[in-house]
Design a protein around this ligand. Structure first.
Ligand code: N01
Length: 540
């Protein structure tokens, strides 16, 4: 099996450890090696791919167009690889990442099936000691935390959760062997992106699907289609550099900009025309049709009403439609789901909606789910219950910086970073695509490239100055936190109980975690900090 470890497993010291072999970790290995550094990677899974390794549930796709959700660093790769669909399946994205890993010999850096349990900084030596669940320890000067932002799965503590004796899965830890739904009664808990993508696909095969919905979500049909037109593909490839340039200038890392006027600055007919156009484009980008849509409640209401009427058109039973329409958050302040046939699935005889706001789950039993008014017998129970997002993968590692201070302590009231890249007290440790950066609000692939390129330049700078370490200054962290909060406060996002806010995990601090000032702005700020000699960082 090519996924199994090929690296030598002797303890050795390296220039950098990269934790995680997803999109950002793979590129980090590539780039650091290109600088002549020795790199050792750790990955808890059996292969590369991160998110795309784990999320194999039926219907899993990316909601960013495949031609944009791909690396730009290798022009030959960009020209040679041809995506088969507008929105790629998990399978195709994983095949792509495996191809990239092989093309650049990236697997050889990684020790797979190895989970990092701690990273401890020693001030005297200036080294991090990275220890794994297999008992290995590696020392390194730099630590790149490419641990993913939607990677620590959340199985809520529902009474009786572990007593179910049928098949049980979490969408984010989906098995590699095919799951057979035929003739089975399947319960799905959760109606976020994972639930909404999988429910219509499961419904085609299963005898019955029972959807346990606590909060309805906005979802917009993807408008997916095959990319089989050679002329179109040739056109994209010929204009790739321009497409990437526009993506880097955008708010979200894809080559799209909102309509040039606000939703309330145009008349009803023009507004409708714009919404129609963005509806046709498909998916979550609808949240960005007008620039003020997630900042002004009036603008937001116009988008919400448009989508509500679409949902009513798609669902035959008006009583079911009512329950599928969110009432608890402005549209777009939770990630709008990009679906394929979700609402129509409720027109099928074999799909039932259980509204947990009316009849909450009392317990999970050996053979089903009991709500306050019924027992639903099930053969399979699927947890589409999401993740301890953005900070969960880091807080599951015992990270100790200067003076033995843990990252858990440092971030107890919410993530504290400078530019999302570094934290005070944790020299030579870089966080990839996480809290304090545009992260999940941007195209993850370009996001990862931007940060890794910045880190690589930063390491050049350290070398040029014979510096031993770089650390985020305390004041810079405070100011960046204030900047992130201020940006979020200017939007409607903090009003939603979203995972962006940490609201889905009991006890987690309520802080809007990503930087919402835009992908291009963020890139400019990072570039300015570098140009000013890494202003705000302490370099010694
Ligand atoms: O997770 P979620 P997800 N009892 O947290 C419910 C990306 N992604 O895996 O809202 C009952 O969104 C919870 O209910 P509530 C994307 O960024 C992208 O679906 O807390 N229900 C909610 O309905 C996405 O936003 C794609 O009331 C419980 C659901 O579980 C992010 O990943 C595909 C519960 C969790 O939804 C996470 O998506 C997949 C309980 N105790 C994922 N606890 C693409 O399309 C939780 N829930 C690219």
């Amino acid at each position: 099996d090519k996924d199994v470890n090929t690296v030598d497993t002797h303890t050795r010291d390296v220039d950098a450890v990269v934790i995680g072999a997803g999109i950002s970790g793979l590129y980090a290995v590539y780039k650091l090696r290109a600088r002549g550094m020795s790199v050792h990677g750790f990955e808890s899974a059996a292969g590369v791919g991160g998110t795309w390794f784990h999320n194999r549930y039926p219907g899993a796709r990316c909601d960013v167009e495949s031609i944009d959700y791909s690396y730009s660093f290798d022009e030959d790769l960009q020209q040679e690889w041809t995506w088969s669909e507008r929105f790629a399946t998990q399978e195709e994205i994983l095949a792509y990442l495996e191809h990239v890993a092989d093309r650049h010999d990236l697997r050889s850096a990684f020790e797979f099936l190895t989970r990092v349990v701690s990273t401890v900084y020693d001030e005297d030596s200036g080294l991090w000691t990275v220890t794994t669940d297999t008992g290995r320890s590696v020392t390194a000067r730099f630590c790149i935390m490419a641990t993913g932002v939607l990677s620590a799965t959340n199985r809520p503590d529902i009474p009786g959760r572990d007593s179910f004796t049928g098949e049980s899965y979490h969408t984010g830890e989906w098995p590699h062997d095919p799951v057979d739904f035929a003739g089975k009664r399947v319960g799905v808990i959760g109606t976020g992106s994972s639930g909404i993508q999988s429910i219509p696909v499961i419904a085609q095969e299963a005898e019955q699907v029972v959807v346990f919905q606590r909060s309805p979500n906005y979802s917009i049909p993807a408008g997916n289609r095959p990319l089989s037109d050679d002329e179109q593909i040739a056109e994209v490839k010929a204009t790739y550099p321009e497409r990437r340039r526009l993506a880097r200038l955008s708010g979200g890392g894809t080559p799209f900009t909102p309509y040039p006027k606000g939703a309330m600055e145009v008349d009803e007919a023009e507004r409708r025309r714009v919404y129609d156009e963005w509806w046709q484009r498909g998916g979550y980008l609808f949240a960005k049709a007008f620039p003020d849509q997630t900042a002004s409640i009036e603008a937001n209401d116009s988008a919400r009403e448009y989508v509500e009427s679409k949902i009513r058109d798609m669902v035959n039973d008006p009583k079911i439609a009512d329950q599928l329409i969110p009432t608890d958050h402005p549209i777009g302040t939770k990630r709008i789901v990009t679906d394929d046939g979700y609402f129509e699935a409720f027109n099928r005889d074999n799909v039932a909606l259980v509204n947990l706001r009316r009849t909450p789950i009392a317990e999970i039993t050996a053979d089903g789910v009991r709500t306050s008014d019924s027992h639903y017998p099930l053969d399979m129970l699927i947890f589409a219950t999401g993740f301890d997002a953005m900070t969960g993968a880091l807080s599951r590692i015992d990270i100790r910086g200067r003076n033995g201070r843990t990252l858990r302590e440092e971030w107890a009231a919410g993530p504290r970073t400078y530019l999302g890249l570094a934290s005070h007290g944790f020299p030579n440790m870089f966080f990839m695509v996480g809290a304090g950066s545009p992260s999940v609000l941007a195209n993850m692939v370009l996001m990862a490239e931007q940060q890794v390129d910045w880190i690589s330049d930063c390491l050049d700078h350290l070398d040029e100055h014979n510096a031993r370490s770089i650390e985020a200054g305390e004041q810079a962290v405070d100011e960046w936190g204030a900047e992130c909060n201020e940006k979020a406060a200017g939007t409607l996002f903090p009003s939603a109980n979203s995972w962006y806010m940490g609201a889905n995990i009991p006890g987690k601090p309520r802080v809007f975690m990503p930087y919402i000032g835009g992908f291009a702005n963020y890139g400019n700020i990072c570039a300015e900090v570098a140009a000013a000699g890494y202003k705000g960082f302490d370099i010694v």
